[in-house]
Design a binder for this molecule. Structure first.
Ligand SMILES: [Zn+2]
Ligand SMILES: [Zn+2]
Length: 353
């Protein structure tokens, strides 16, 4: 173990039983950091998620591994919970340095492939059409139309994300020598989100079934964003919130002794946290249904929903995310028969049923 003077000591936490976490910073983000987990295997260390693609984040990851007496070049494999850049950002660089494989669920690999191949114009057209259908006002659509007309299109994040070379198959044990790590498909936050269940006795003998690396699916103090899956090629009506609630119940049934999430901190009593989140979403659906006493477009619903700040203070990009979240809730209400589309509207409005 080496330590260079004058550099901050990396935030490494030992969780016991050959598991550690490294706090890898996310620049300019209120979440602060991603917890990159290191799992010791007989073939070398395996990472669960890698962190944001930024030089300072890379240095923190490298320093953390050095503090554990290993190195980025020794990494045997990379298991990704989902494709978001705070989880998958550094995967390519880790693979380049070590020759490690990268594993991801096929549905999220599809997102990575689509984003890498996307023409910025296609994405802008999709976003414009989607927001128009959701009832976005002209002043919100104008910048998108102007960008399209000028040909000056901002490049998309994730354009250079690494294409994984292995598929995480739901229900399967990952091929790790000396460890039992099973993939649990938990769609909702993304279509291919997985949790990883370490089917080994808890090192402190806490009651429950092993430990769960939960990614963004189950966090101790925040609710992950549930929006639409945003696939321009997919015309099926997906129900991400329904997927998410089902995935929560799947994790509740596992009853892990401890949860090791990708943000915040490790915690116990996963079933209690699951019930809290199920209750939160039930309350939110009831609240939205009450708002639909008069017909509203998804945009109008988003304007009336409760956010962490007033609607007029929500920045442009976050409004798009908010509308996506409103639509995910609408789809759920429609699927449950608690709301319905008003026929003939353009844009379409929804009303409580
Ligand atoms: Zn995420
Ligand atoms: Zn995240």
């Amino acid at each position: 173990m080496t330590k260079e003077w004058g550099r901050p000591v990396s935030q490494v936490t030992e969780h016991g039983g050959g598991v550690w976490s490294i706090e890898v910073p996310i620049p300019d983000n209120p979440l602060g950091h991603t917890l990159v987990h290191v799992l010791d295997t007989d073939d070398g260390p395996v990472l669960i998620d890698t962190g944001w693609d930024d030089p300072a984040s890379w240095d923190t990851l490298a320093d953390g591994l050095a503090a554990l007496g290993t190195s980025v070049t020794d990494i045997h494999g990379v298991v990704i919970t989902h494709h978001h850049p705070d989880h998958h950002g550094l995967s390519g660089q880790v693979r380049d340095a070590s020759g490690a494989w990268i594993a991801m669920h096929a549905a999220d690999t599809d997102v990575v492939r689509r984003t890498r191949n996307a023409e910025p114009g296609t994405w802008l057209d999709y976003l414009t059409a989607k927001l128009t259908a959701a009832g976005a006002p002209d002043d919100h659509l104008a910048p998108l139309r102007a960008a399209r007309a000028s040909g000056r299109m901002r490049t998309l994040p994730g354009l250079s994300a690494a294409l994984p070379d292995r598929e995480i198959v739901p229900g399967d044990l990952l091929p790790l020598t000396g460890r039992r790590l099973r993939a649990i498909w938990t769609p909702g936050h993304t279509p291919g989100h997985v949790c990883l269940h370490l089917e080994e006795t808890h090192p402190a003998k806490l009651p429950g079934n092993g430990r769960l690396f939960s990614g963004d699916h189950l966090l101790p103090g925040i609710t992950p964003h549930i929006g639409l899956y945003e696939d321009p090629d997919d015309t099926t009506v997906t129900d991400p919130l329904g997927d998410y609630l089902d995935s929560l119940e799947r994790v509740e049934r596992l009853a892990p002794a401890e949860v090791l999430p990708a943000h915040q901190h490790a915690f116990t009593d996963a079933p209690a946290r699951v019930r809290e989140l199920l209750g939160h979403h039930e309350d939110r659906l009831n609240g939205l249904r009450a708002l639909l006493a008069t017909p509203l477009t998804p945009w109008q619903l988003a304007e009336r929903m409760e956010w962490n700040r007033p609607w007029d203070q929500i920045p442009y990009g976050s409004r798009n995310i908010a509308v996506s979240e409103a639509e995910a809730h609408l789809r759920r209400l429609v699927k449950l028969g608690r709301a319905e589309a008003v026929p003939g509207g353009d844009p379409l409005t929804y009303v409580a049923a």
